[in-house]
Design a protein around this ligand. Sequence first.
Ligand code: FA5
Length: 369
Amino acid sequence: MTPVNFYIYISLALFPITDIFVISMDISENHENLKHELKEKLKCVSSRQDLEKIKLEYIGKKGILNQLFSKMTDLAANERKDFGARLNVLKNEIETIINDFSNNFSQPNTSEYDELYNSLPGKKPEIGHTHIITQAIREIVDIFKPLGFTRVRYPEVDWEYFAFEALNMPEDHPARDDWETFFVDLPFDKKMGRVVLTPHTSNGQVREMLKGKLPIRMLNISRCGRRQIDISHGPTFFQFEGLVVDKNINTTHLKGVLNYFAKNFFGPDRKIRLRPYDFRFTEPSFEVDIDCGMCHGKGCKLCKGGWHELGGAGMVHPNVLKAGGIDPEKYSGFAFGWGVERTYMMKSGTKIDDIRHIFANDLRFLEQF
Ligand code: FA5
């Protein structure tokens, strides 16, 4: 400790509070001495390291100035304000002296930095996690795997033939309208038609059959595109499509598989229901609903009367089996296609009231899952 510092400490420590006016008178002089002493020390500084040491000594966390500030608590309340104000002036002056002096040095080179800062703690990289759709897809695959389903992926940009024609959907089917499906600006093929962003994963059905391997237990999970956007529809979304083709397959197998999935994914307390529907590629066809995970059947802005549509299902139409080179007299099958986002939104506790949040890439939303 320098004699000047020592003088200040002793003044503050030894003088009784009642004698504070004596200290006040001395303070200005002490401050001047402190600055003088600093300037003298700086004259001997020849490296940035030396300067850093001086900085620490005067304005570091445990430096002279902070020690002086801590002594304020020893003063009477009416003296603190004046003492504090003087110290602040002193602090500014000392900082200015040091900063002005540091201009004498150019920016430190890396090795100097290394020497100075190698003991600083490093910056922790932020750790992310998989997107909720990836999480959902993995969970879906894990549930179907024990039943013998194998995950496959078929083109997300495909021929009209596989997306519609082979699925028994005639040319005038409303889904084949420009306002429903995204058509890609590529040359038309006489047999295959135009190129589309697949509006559903059912394009994988005939592709899978054409592999020529029976029986089939396919789980096709891919991205789809449709010209739709609102709280429960996105222009792009994922579907998972199950297809089973074997001998003697009937609707009870379909219902059993869907129930098994729903109980495992949503929990044993949730209910699904099948409504008759019309898909051109299945007969009979159903739409599958689940009781709403948001309102639990009471009715909310997301669902219609407490139920929420998850997807379609049905027994594979004989024409589709034929397009896939399978004899419908010998084989039968069932298929289902559900939206991954919708299915995940209906999981208990997720409380996602707008499908668009899922793709908005807002970390405040994504970090919750
Ligand atoms: C189909 O896409 C049929 N291919 C499903 C199918 C497969 C039926 C196999 C029979 C046999 P649908 O258009 O209803 O059906 O869509 C199925 C599900 O995909 C919807 O219930 C919904 O969960 C999801 N889906 C459809 N369009 C969108 C969209 N724009 N955004 C988000 N999810 C969607």
